[in-house]
Ligand binder design. Structure first.
Ligand code: GLA
Length: 646
């Protein structure tokens, strides 16, 4: 079955509206609602005083109406009494500013006081609703780290020290790992260590990287504390917490191992022409995080959001088109934020399934029509998407490559997206993978900006190529080890041999595309060669030696004029490619043509502007363009979708 629904916040409405809500949910084909996400203040209006009456009544009504409940643990926004009584739970920014109540997520992720109060609340909720027949899924907290992912308060500092002690055991080991001989930073005791708050100039890279790891772990730990309570009460009810696509502060590989079902919140900008490809990337990431299992689109906007400078509505049909994209890429549920558009509060201009205009509106009509349509789509449920190409996604590299005092300011995700978008345009299915995971199912693996590597990752990638795979490594890979120490002697470590190259010196292109943090729409360089012909190039060049590798393209102009830009090295039964720039459209197309051919990845003819995905035994085509297109004799209107048997 494919779930359909959204965040439901009945506490924002008088109870008289609830019966109509349930009736309209039935009319709209709603099968699952997320309830209670921001209800702490209503469930526990004063410390230790609980009021579940209203929640009992609405859950019973939903159940009577045949609507299942994704019940939240309500910990996402501590109530004002809590932060008044225990101001030490308030988070502190790197500049030392204490964030106050009056918004949401105003807590330090490490706060023992908060964890104690959360545990009591979650315990009560779990105890009360464990046996409720409407309970389908637990929704822990909400969007961990969305607003406060790193906290610099004294409690966090202590927790960080504890985390470091567990990792390094001795302060000497920490000094070695962080390279504290530099700038007189050597510590003689763990007590001298603090989170990397604002400082006169560049902070210690090892300390920053460990603080990113710690901060992700700390949030995960607070998630775990809630999970333990829920698991004990309801061993058979699945548990999720909603992810946020490619989200820097949380290493979702670690997180995904601890959710029963991956769920995602997705808000692509309807005004951005890159949104279809970018959204596709995040959906593939969600499927990959769950090891290929179906995931849930937990939140999307029915139309506009209210948090951009200008909030474009979804075009007529676009909500359906993008929902199909999620389905096609492995989602087994489509949910929205939120059911009724608020009339008060900070999100009153965020679209809702029932907008301010009421049900006589195109948004509601689209919600209702799609609900009816989804009810007929159960054949998708539980089916999978098969990809032979993997792209390595690595949070350590993300955290490291975006630090300050680097060869250039790069955007990790834009670097990944450059490859993803090119494959997306070719209709080639992609999974995201870890450098250290089993790559046996893939024919080609691409590692863009894999800045941080471990010995295990290097030998895994080497083994993949030697075992017959096509390994493609992008610039700024293998630059440091896991302690943020440089890999000397041409970078890349073991991969230098796999690739048959040595990197001597970096030469990032000056110019606008670096300022745009890797956006790369304005070419700043050029390459030429037998493989690519003449092509523009973006962001990067370097002084690169091809030792055993063959040179397929070289830089034209710029500091590295005439030096290798793309190389290929035979490695065992496979090959290892190195790409020292971000090739422009033509260079990328030529390169991928050859890599995919060598990898034996089947390609299907594509229609420009039409996204084609295969899930299970269905082929889904989505027209993201503004004109009708005809595919195989059938016409697909703008924002239209066609589903056929494979
Ligand atoms: C997030 C939150 C929701 C809401 C939406 C608005 O996804 O989880 O509570 O704030 O953003 O886009």
């Amino acid at each position: 079955m494919i779930w359909y629904g959204g965040d439901y916040n009945p506490e924002q409405w008088p109870e008289e509206v609830w019966d109509e809500d349930v009736r309209l949910m039935q009319q709209g084909g709603i099968t699952l609602v997320s309830l209670g996400i921001f209800s702490w203040a209503k469930l526990e209006p004063r410390e230790g005083e609980f009021d579940f009456g209203w929640l009992d009544r609405i859950i019973d009504k939903l159940h009577a109406g045949g609507i299942r409940v994704d019940l939240a643990t309500a910990t996402a926004s501590p109530p004002p009494w809590l932060t008044k009584a225990y101001p030490e739970v308030l988070p502190v920014t790197e500049n030392g500013v204490t964030l106050q109540a009056g918004s949401r997520q105003q807590y330090c992720p490490s706060s023992p006081v908060l964890r104690r109060l959360e545990a009591r609340l979650v315990g009560k909720i779990a105890e009360r609703y464990a046996g409720h027949p409407a309970l389908e899924l637990w929704h822990v907290n909400n969007e961990y780290g969305c607003h406060v992912s790193h906290c610099y308060c004294p409690v966090s500092a202590d927790a960080f020290r504890g985390w470091l002690k567990a990792k390094y055991e001795t302060v000497d080991a920490l000094n070695a790992a962080w390279g504290t001989a530099f700038w007189s930073q050597a510590y003689s005791d763990f007590a001298e260590i603090f989170p990397p708050s604002a400082a006169p100039t560049f902070r210690n890279p090892g300390q920053l990287l460990d603080f990113d790891r710690f901060s992700s772990d700390e949030l995960l730990d607070s998630y775990r504390a809630e999970v333990a309570i829920l698991r004990a009460a309801t061993p058979d009810i699945p548990i999720t917490t909603n992810f946020m696509g490619a989200f820097k502060p949380a290493d979702y590989w670690k997180w995904a191992a601890e959710v029963d079902i991956v769920s995602d919140d997705s808000y692509p900008d309807p005004a951005d022409p890159d949104s279809p490809a970018y959204a596709a990337m995040t959906r593939d990431l969600m499927r990959s995080l769950g090891g290929g299992k179906p995931w849930l689109l937990m939140e999307q906007a029915p139309s506009a959001v209210n948090w951009r400078a200008r909030n474009a509505p979804k075009l007529p049909g676009q909500m359906r088109a993008w929902s199909y994209q999620a389905l096609a890429r492995g989602a087994d549920g489509i949910l929205f934020f939120q059911w009724r558009q608020s009339v008060a509060g900070a999100e009153k201009f965020h679209s809702g399934m029932i907008p301010h205009a009421g049900t006589d509106s195109r948004v509601w009509r689209e919600v209702e029509a799609f609900g009816a349509e989804l009810g007929t789509m159960s054949a998708f449920a539980g089916t999978s998407v098969v990809a032979k190409v993997g792209i390595v996604f690595d949070w350590d590299s993300w955290w490291s490559i975006e630090q300050q005092a680097m060869p250039a300011q790069l955007s990790y995700v834009r670097g990944i997206f450059a490859w993803y978008r090119a494959l997306w345009a070719l209709g080639v299915p992609v999974d995201f993978v870890r450098a250290e995971s089993d790559l046996g199912g893939y024919s080609a693996v691409i590692a863009p900006n894999l800045f941080v590597t471990t010995a295990a990752a290097l030998s895994n990638l080497d083994g993949f190529a030697r075992g017959g795979g096509q390994l493609v490594v992008g610039y700024q890979s293998g630059i440091t080890d896991e302690n943020a120490h440089i890999v000397e002697g041409g970078y890349l470590g073991l991969l230098g041999q796999t690739l048959g190259i040595r990197v001597e010196e970096f030469a990032p292109f000056a110019g606008p595309d670096l300022a745009a943090a890797g956006g790369g729409s304005v070419p700043t360089g050029a390459i030429a060669g037998a493989l690519t012909g003449d092509s523009d190039a973006h962001i990067w060049s370097e002084f690169l030696h091809a030792e055993t590798a063959e040179v397929l393209a070289t830089f034209v102009g710029g500091a590295a004029d005439g030096w290798p830009a793309i190389t290929r090295n035979a490695a065992g039964a496979g090959a290892a490619w190195y790409v020292a720039t971000q090739p422009g459209e033509q260079g990328m197309a030529a390169l991928l043509d050859r890599v995919l051919a060598d990898a034996g990845v089947a390609r299907e003819p594509q229609t420009a502007g039409v996204e084609m995905v295969r899930r299970g035994d269905r082929v889904i085509r989505i027209n993201h363009g503004s004109k009708a297109v005809s595919v195989g004799g059938a016409s697909i209107p703008p924002q239209g979708v066609s589903v056929s048997d494979a």
